[in-house]
Design a binder for this molecule. Sequence first.
Ligand SMILES: CC(C)(COP(=O)(O)OP(=O)(O)OC[C@H]1O[C@@H](n2cnc3c(N)ncnc32)[C@H](O)[C@@H]1OP(=O)(O)O)[C@@H](O)C(=O)NCCC(=O)NCCS
Length: 179
Amino acid sequence: MFLSPADSRLDLPSMTHLRSYQAAIAEGYQIEPAAPLLGNTPDSQALHLAWLNTQGDTLLLPDGRLVPRVPHRQLWLTHAYTFIGRVNIRFQLLPEMELWGGNIGYAIRPSMQRRGFGTHILRLAIIEARAGGLGRLLLTCSDDNIGSIKVIEANGGMLRDIIPHPRQPGALARRYWID
Ligand SMILES: CC(C)(COP(=O)(O)OP(=O)(O)OC[C@H]1O[C@@H](n2cnc3c(N)ncnc32)[C@H](O)[C@@H]1OP(=O)(O)O)[C@@H](O)C(=O)NCCC(=O)NCCS
């Protein structure tokens, strides 16, 4: 079946879409680096989903630093039992997230890219962020991520500045405002 963005919606991560989520990982979809490993046992699946749905707590970054987890929400873009992608909405920013991360991050599984889902998931996430009380939104992306630049600009992103990339030496990052 050919899915279009209009068929999709945001859901909390749950077992309903887990099989499709695992298929997405198998095709190259990158889960968050800090998430607990997802195995085939019910325990590991429950732990993984619980972590995605946990608010607060701490987060072990790939570089080994333990930082507070800011109030946030991860939502999945889905259709029926199909997992399409994820969005992370951060309701509070640590100073380093002003440089990289921002209020909203997203990813679409490889097999569903370039079909409008990226633009759609950000549109839905902005509505969620507003409902959660956020006003002006900060978004960041690599200066060479053409897909993400188009997704942000299609959603009204106004370029704030271009800065040295905080995670990739020698590269540049863009910061946008969405008012
Ligand atoms: C960035 C990403 C979310 C875009 O998702 P998507 O579903 O392909 O986005 P859309 O289909 O809405 O595409 C929006 C526009 O970008 C273009 N585009 C998407 N990927 C592109 C690419 N790799 N190269 C060039 N253009 C691209 C589309 O053709 C479309 O252009 P148009 O508006 O002129 O028609 C997706 O590539 C992804 O998940 N990448 C990995 C994670 C990531 O980079 N997340 C963003 C972090 S800031």
